[in-house]
Ligand binder design. Structure first.
Ligand SMILES: Cc1ncc(COP(=O)(O)O)c(C=O)c1O
Length: 397
């Protein structure tokens, strides 16, 4: 390993291209992909010293890998975190954060508007280890306060939320966490660090599904945990090293290279999504449009205070419930039906029968996941083509 450029006071677009880069003696311009499981030692003494931590160096790719390290360092620079650790998926990042930080007897408060698998971990898996939870309306600061117990160790939220794009006031929730000595963990998958940096609002830990906007092209799964050095040293490192939710170096390399275009991609996603949201708002068969940067979004001002753009996802409701939503989705000729999001390709899903199918009807109603709701992940195609596709599909909805 040779040169490492010295990051000065670089802005986020420069950090996304440059942060963390380490070059081999070949002086390659693009970051190298180290597809290796293990590392060799010059002699047995060196192996012993590396395992003791007396000298720096990699030992095994479950513990660390040079390509993965660059991805971690670049993500930490973008999120304003001290350190980052990459994982195989977003769910591995969420689960590892819970398991590393919590123990039997602890209590978690979480915003109800949460991705389905996160809800499963909180409600089904944590109780098996004696960890209780309370779900609250994330938009209601008093509800967070009221749910706190002496045993509350963690507050968990995503903003904007999946799929109804609810916005949580991170500063207010961070204050409640701080007063009670608890950790605030924010899932930043929907905004990405290009649009929102939760640590600036007081979050202690940020988790990501890098599968989404960080990859940005629907190719590979990945996740990331951003935290401070103390949480890494006291809790996370030993958990990850021994349980092994590690990312493949290949996926880390894809996501690392994708970070270089994140900022310009997010701007284009926001531009297309804002345009489609406004277009949908004019359509007779559309009864509700949810997009954080539209003035009719219930937390529009908060969204503008926390985010630099409205994001790439629009949720909307069609008159006529599930049957109309299905007719619309089936009539689309360009936009694909898919439950993934954050792709260059526009993707639509019907949350009530896919991502939120496992919830009871009452639980879906509380979250606003109505039978007519569709979630549209707006891609990077031409906005005219996307509007035309929705317009013709709405005619048969
Ligand atoms: C907000 C949010 N968090 C976490 C995840 C899980 O990520 P992954 O699919 O990479 O495990 C998702 C996936 O859709 C998500 O939308």
């Amino acid at each position: 390993m040779t040169t490492r450029k010295k990051p000065g006071k670089w802005k986020k677009r420069t950090l996304a291209v440059r942060a963390g880069q380490v070059r081999t003696p070949f002086q390659e311009t693009s970051e190298a992909l180290f597809l290796t499981s293990g590392y060799a030692y010059e002699d047995a003494e060196e192996a012993e010293a590396r395992f003791k931590g007396e000298i720096a160096g990699y030992q095994y790719s479950r513990f660390g890998n040079p390509t993965v390290s660059i991805f971690e360092e670049r993500m930490a620079a973008l999120e304003g975190a001290q350190v980052g650790r990459a994982t195989a998926t977003g769910m591995a990042a969420v689960t590892a954060t819970f398991m590393a930080a919590l123990k039997t007897g602890d209590h978690v408060v979480a915003a109800r508007a949460m991705f389905g698998s996160c809800l499963h971990v909180v409600e089904q898996i944590l109780p098996r280890f004696g960890i209780q939870s309370t779900l609250v309306d994330g938009e209601d600061a008093a509800a967070w306060e009221k749910a706190m117990r002496p045993q509350t160790r963690m507050l968990f939220l995503e903003t904007p939320s999946n799929p109804t794009l609810s916005i949580v006031d991170m500063k207010a929730v961070a204050k409640i966490a701080g007063k009670n000595g608890a950790l605030l963990v924010v899932d930043n998958a929907f905004a990405s660090p290009a649009l929102q940096r939760p640590m600036e609002f007081g979050a202690h830990i940020v988790v990501h599904s890098s599968t989404k906007y960080i990859d940005g092209q629907g190719r590979a799964l990945g996740g990331m945990i951003l935290c401070d050095q103390k949480f890494l040293d006291d809790h996370l490192q030993v958990f990850l090293r021994n349980t092994g939710p590690s990312i493949s170096p290949f996926n880390a390399w894809l996501h690392l290279k994708s970070l270089e275009t994140l900022d310009i991609r997010m701007k284009a996603h926001c531009e297309n999504a804002g345009r489609l949201a406004d277009f949908l708002g004019t359509q007779r068969k559309v009864t509700r449009v949810l997009y954080p940067f539209r003035p009719d979004h219930p937390q529009h001002n908060l969204a503008r205070a926390q985010m630099e753009g409205g994001g790439g996802v629009v949720a909307f409701e069609v008159a006529g419930g599930k049957a109309a939503a299905f007719r619309l989705a089936n009539a689309l000729g360009l936009i694909d039906i898919s439950n993934n999001l954050g792709d260059t390709k526009s993707l639509i899903t019907h949350p009530a029968t896919t991502t939120h199918q496992k919830l009871t009807e009452e639980a879906r109603a509380v979250l606003g996941v109505t039978p007519g709701l569709l979630r549209l992940s707006v891609g990077l195609e031409d906005g005219d083509d996307l509007c035309d596709d929705l317009e013709q599909a709405l005619k048969v909805a």
